[in-house]
Design a protein around this ligand. Structure first.
Ligand SMILES: [Zn+2]
Ligand SMILES: [Zn+2]
Length: 311
């Protein structure tokens, strides 16, 4: 099949849900253009913004770093700066490889990179947390997710960021949507809406890949020869996320485009819920970070873990 875009080169990719056949160049451009469009549609990044990207060493975050660097280089007059931040959760045998991959890749791109560890911030790492947690009901991914969000917030403050970008894609957001639905956490669905969340400090959190399928990002990383860590986190299978991921992929195989329609429904619902959320945040009485209750989820998690440590 010849590429439907340029009509010249043999295609390497069949986008089943749209019927497009794309050559390597046109496929890569489609991902980069889509990212640029999402950024501008939701006003994610402004002139002169210093953007901190959460880089785990996986295909999504390294691809995001690459695309942002490329877009910034194309528009040098916009005066944007880029920094990669990696959170070291303290998972033996897993994190070390990706730290090296991120360091080398940032060096290759000419992007500043920083590492911040759970141990240094919270005095407990993930390997310890797995032993200290009172029961398996505190799932590895929810503990880790809570700590990671805070670690990235702290990193962004320290690095004086205007924008924090993470590589969440269509699949991640659909899984989160379904997890919240199944858990009865309807209010949280509002946080999925990609309009940047603005903090008191003026810092924004954005997700430039939110309209792209996970497997298209993986294919992009392969085509761009972006090195990434393929080994998955040893604790990931505890999450219902894995089941939902497989379920949604099966649906998409049988009904191409279904993730897109589900994504559109999710956006409509999350938009309504977001508009009802008050922007005036409470502060956690322990750490003074933004919180929905008196004590934030991070301090609650740390309290549970450290109280077990003392016994
Ligand atoms: Zn082409
Ligand atoms: Zn707190």
């Amino acid at each position: 099949m010849i590429c439907r875009k340029c009509q010249k080169i043999e295609s390497v990719y069949h986008r089943v849900y749209s019927g497009e056949y794309l050559c390597k160049k046109c496929f890569m451009r489609s991902i980069e253009n889509k990212t640029a469009k999402t950024i501008s549609r939701y006003s994610m990044i402004g002139y002169g913004d210093r953007v901190v990207v959460g880089v785990s060493g996986g295909k999504d975050s390294l691809s995001l770093l690459y695309v942002l660097k490329m877009l910034f280089d194309q528009h040098p007059n916009n005066g944007n700066e880029l920094v990669g931040i990696t959170i070291d959760e303290g998972i033996k045998g897993y994190r070390d490889e990706s730290l090296q991959i991120v360091k080398d890749f940032c060096q290759q791109l000419g992007v500043e990179s920083k590492v911040l560890s759970y141990k240094s911030l919270f005095e407990v790492d993930m390997d310890e947390a797995m032993v200290l947690r009172p029961s398996e009901k505190m799932s590895s991914c929810s503990m880790c997710g809570t700590l990671r969000r805070r670690a990235i917030d702290i990193a962004a403050e320290t690095l004086d960021a205007d924008v924090v970008a993470t590589a969440h894609n269509v699949d991640d957001q659909l899984q989160t949507f379904m997890i919240n639905m199944l858990a009865g956490d309807v209010e949280r669905i509002g946080w999925i809406y990609p309009e940047p969340v603005k903090y008191a400090s003026g810092m924004k959190k954005v997700k430039p890949f939110i309209e792209i399928y996970e497997y298209e990002i993986a294919f992009y990383a392969l085509q761009r020869e972006i090195p990434f860590q393929s080994e998955e986190c040893p604790y990931m299978n505890e999450s219902i996320r894995t089941d939902l991921r497989e379920f949604l992929n099966k649906l998409e195989r049988d009904h191409p485009g279904i993730k897109h329609s589900a994504y559109n429904s999710m956006m409509k619902i999350s938009r309504v819920l977001r508009s009802r959320q008050s922007t005036e945040g409470k502060k956690c009485s322990i750490c003074r970070h933004d919180s929905t209750g008196d004590i934030c989820s991070v301090c609650q998690t740390i309290n549970v873990l450290t109280s077990n440590k003392q016994i």
